[in-house]
Ligand binder design. Sequence first.
Ligand code: ASP
Length: 339
Amino acid sequence: MKKSKVLLLYTGGTIGMIENPVESSLKPFNFDQITMEVPELNKLNCTIETIAFENPLDSSNMNFESWTQIGDEIFKNYDYFDGFVVLHGTDTMSYTASALSLMFQNLIKPIILTGSQLPLGQVRTDGKENLITAIEIASKKRNNLSIVKEVAIYFENQLFRGNRTTKVSSDHFDAFKSYNYPSLADIGVEINFNLNYLLKNKIKKIKYEKGFEPSINIVFFYPGIIIKNVVKSIRSNSSKVVVLMSYGSGNLPIENELEEFLNSSKKIFLNVSQCKAGKIEQGKYETGMQLKKAGVIGVRDMTLETVIVKSMMLIKKYPLDKDKFTKVLLTNIAGEISE
Ligand code: ASP
């Protein structure tokens, strides 16, 4: 079988840094010399080409323009490679993965994001293993077709659907979790793909869509929150979409002032739970039912990261059409929401 060709795109983050021996601060190293840092890459049964952002970014500095920059690079090279590995800071990796999963439709090649908690240049780095395995996964084929046909995050022996992930730890090596969807592969001595859980996209022309509007406002509720102030702050914010961070299965305190405001406002209100696992069921309790009656949209089991990114895309695409926005928000595009 022909050797797979993998494009490695370095965008920034801890993984690509080395320690400045004098100041012991971290700085990006020249990515063209990646094989000097990780000579094991020469032993992999695939060809690797690398591209690096001219100015590598801490992922906290990324925004929808960075997602577009990554997407454009992949789209431009889509026909020439069998798989893509994006090296990315861990802080906002889940957002970028969600964005890419919605930007590319009909993917039949893998886009694997990875990074690390310790830089490649450090002795105990988790970066080497993450990088090597991510490339292996991106190059894996069966019957001449890529096994993974979606955007995924590989981190510390697990492969997750990117748009189902959340960063949960700033110091453990297993920094990501996917609470509402099983892992796509378990990695030990072997790479065992969970074929039933992988997307099964048919061979169709790739569709690449971009365009985001960051018109999102998030309100985090806590016991004792002053509703009058909540209403005032939402009113004074120009954002078109408001995410209400509720409790449990989507419950918020019953107060007339909130109910009246929700009923009368022209904004789009989304109900996302502060719980990371489980789903929004607005009819389960009276405290959720009132939100449903007021037209608040329960996002079912999507992650907060995906809700934000998807809303940014849909509000740009359908700025004046709440029904269309709602319909597509609750439609499964890339495995981000359960049927
Ligand atoms: N602040 C870094 C980033 O997200 C952390 C990391 O790479 O793990 O770019």
